[in-house]
Ligand binder design. Sequence first.
Ligand SMILES: [Zn+2]
Length: 133
Amino acid sequence: MKTMTMVGGNIDKKILTKCLHKARKMINFTKFRCKHFSFIVRKNKIVSIGYNQQYKTHPIAAKYGHRFCSIHSEIHAISNYKYDLSECKIINIRLDQWGNMKCSRPCEFCEKLINDNMLKCIYSNEDGFYEFN
Ligand SMILES: [Zn+2]
């Protein structure tokens, strides 16, 4: 397993480790080959979790131009959280079937959703975590 490297400074390593641990526990929640997870984190606490799902859609997904019958983890996590998103971060983690981290940079539609909600985004890559944009 690769070790995590921090990019962008002001991120608590503990919360990233916690999210990674949770994502690995939920690896079978998603039937896709690549398992996408999104964690909404507020004050270093996980307040919402999302994962990619097939054969489902959501009004937000339609609004943001997702054409296929699936829900991205970002939409799942954001729509599950009913409170103010200010002061929140979104942490994206993508795993392969063996639990190795892969690049989970948001797609163009989720990028817009993240920007509209003014969320800070951190996403996994094969060699650690990166800050979005
Ligand atoms: Zn997306």
